[in-house]
Write a protein that binds this ligand. Structure first.
Ligand code: PGA
Length: 259
């Protein structure tokens, strides 16, 4: 576990694989079996897999008794009802999910999710003891206009309104311009946004878990994982192949590996 001057985070360093709408039940099964055949990872608990909803039952089966975690990329805030096409957080819990992404920028942009909806999802997930990973971040126009801090502040103040267990939240800073573009954010940009987010979410004696996402790969993870206060990564394309994801994990700096 990592500690800093605002308290102690209760989660280990996390490497979260966001497979988006890639893979099917067979390829999910093959992936997990391939990972399991690789030499033992030094720190296996750090992998969390976020598969498409239609394949989650395979993850649940393959990861029974595993130290890897898994979760959904999205869920509704109600447990059941007339919500065609949605996924119930209650069913996720029953299936054994321990994590769920919420508010990913693709959900906001393509499916018009508002801060209010994301806030309700966070509340519902916490009620079910599923760890929400809240994604925030500015787009390129906002970055150029020097609005990044304000945009993230607005997102967080809407999402975390009336949520008092901030130590149970993971925040993933994912600048939209870095997602899937190969343009990873710089160390300074990540550091200052991390400090800003921690300042916004400060509660006495507790820390939130801070992740970075956006074009993380096996080459840049070494440098990125040296940034103090970064508690893990959310990884899209570089997590799709089991060997690349495994290699990426092996490239973490030793200081993080001991967390
Ligand atoms: P990327 O995606 O690693 O492919 O940039 C990250 C994400 O969308 O979470």
């Amino acid at each position: 576990m990592e500690s800093n001057n605002k308290g102690t985070s209760s989660l280990p360093f996390l490497l979260c694989a966001n497979w988006k709408m890639h893979k099917n039940p067979d390829s999910v099964r093959d992936y997990i079996r391939a990972i399991n055949k690789l030499p033992a990872l030094k720190y296996p608990k750090r992998f969390i897999f976020f598969a498409p909803a239609l394949t989650l039952f395979v993850l649940a089966e393959e990861l029974v008794n595993s130290s890897y975690g898994w979760g959904a990329q999205n869920c509704h805030f109600e447990d059941q009802g007339a919500f065609t096409g949605e996924n119930s957080p209650l069913v996720l819990k029953q299936m054994g999910a321990t994590y769920c992404l919420v508010g990913h920028s693709e959900r906001r942009q393509l499916f018009f999710e508002s801060e209010e909806m994301v806030q309700k999802k966070v509340k519902s997930l916490l009620n079910h003891s599923i760890q929400p990973i809240v994604c925030v971040g500015e787009n390129i126009k906002e970055r150029k206009n020097k609005q990044s801090f304000q945009v993230v502040e607005n997102q967080l103040s809407g999402i975390l309104k009336n949520i008092d267990s901030l130590d149970r939240i993971c925040v993933a800073y994912e600048p939209v311009w870095a997602i899937g573009t190969g343009k990873v954010a710089g160390v300074e940009q990540i550091t200052e946004m991390q400090e800003h987010i921690r300042h916004l979410c400060a509660t006495e004696g507790k820390t939130l878990h801070f992740l970075y996402g956006g074009s993380v790969n096996e080459k840049n993870i070494k440098e990125l994982s040296q940034i103090p206060g970064v508690n893990g990564f959310l990884i899209g394309s570089a997590s799709l192949d089991p060997l690349s994801f495994f290699n990426l994990a092996q490239n973490l700096v030793p200081a993080k590996a001991g967390i």
